[in-house]
Design a binder for this molecule. Structure first.
Ligand SMILES: Cc1cc2nc3c(=O)[nH]c(=O)nc-3n(C[C@H](O)[C@H](O)[C@H](O)COP(=O)(O)O)c2cc1C
Length: 194
């Protein structure tokens, strides 16, 4: 097992790539190649969405990009570890349908689906990923010039995995914690709610 793999105790067989993805904290501060970044967003592009509206938008900055500091400054203090990631992304959902201006009740839903595919693509490329709610959503649009019809979803750190020994003690404990999930029986109901 490489230091960045974690055990995923599944109740039934699943796709390897789903079991391999987990949200790490230790990233090498190395920018990703342009074609890798394009592949990540290509995976998001092929997500399904209500009326094929594709309400997802992504603003990204690689380590060393001129605009990188703007994204980093939006991070909550508790997510400072993400500054090392080769790629930082903020996702946005278009709140209304392009064709008629009506509210798109599924825009965040569909953004989440696209971002899930993006993170799985990252896993398949040997990269780690970590989504975050902990960023300044109140100022994200203004800081990045995003129109008001778009709401921030998550910030996403993506990059090459680093040795967890590079992390401070508290983060190291989190990094090494076993993965956990509710049992299927607590959230799956056949026929009617229990
Ligand atoms: C929308 C979203 C917001 C999250 N926000 C944070 C965050 O601000 N900080 C953090 O350390 N992890 C954050 N996480 C990561 C979750 O804690 C993590 O996905 C969860 O514990 C399950 O672990 P796994 O991704 O390794 O399977 C977030 C995940 C998602 C999907």
């Amino acid at each position: 097992m490489r230091y960045h793999d974690k055990l995923t105790p599944t109740e039934a067989p699943i796709l390897d790539i789903i079991g391999k993805r987990w949200s790490s904290l230790a990233f090498e501060p190395t920018p990703l190649k342009g074609e890798m970044i394009t592949s990540l967003f290509e995976a998001a592009r092929w997500a399904q969405s209500s009326y094929n509206e594709q309400p997802w938008r992504y603003v990204y900055a690689s380590k060393g990009d001129p605009d990188r500091e703007k994204l980093e400054s939006l991070l909550a203090e508790g997510n400072s570890w993400a500054k090392n990631a080769g790629l930082l992304i903020i996702s946005f959902a278009k709140k209304t349908f392009a064709k008629n201006g009506k509210e798109n009740r599924h825009s965040l839903h569909d953004l989440g689906a696209a971002s899930a595919l993006l993170t799985l693509q990252a896993t398949s490329m040997g990269l780690n990923s970590h989504q975050m709610a902990g960023f300044d959503t109140a100022h994200a649009n203004e800081a990045l010039g995003v129109p008001a019809d778009f709401e921030p979803g998550s910030m996403i750190a993506i990059g090459y995995p680093a040795d967890p020994a590079t992390l401070p003690e508290a983060l190291l404990t989190r990094e090494k914690a076993p993965r956990s999930r509710n049992t299927q029986s607590s959230f799956v109901f056949q026929g009617k709610w229990k």
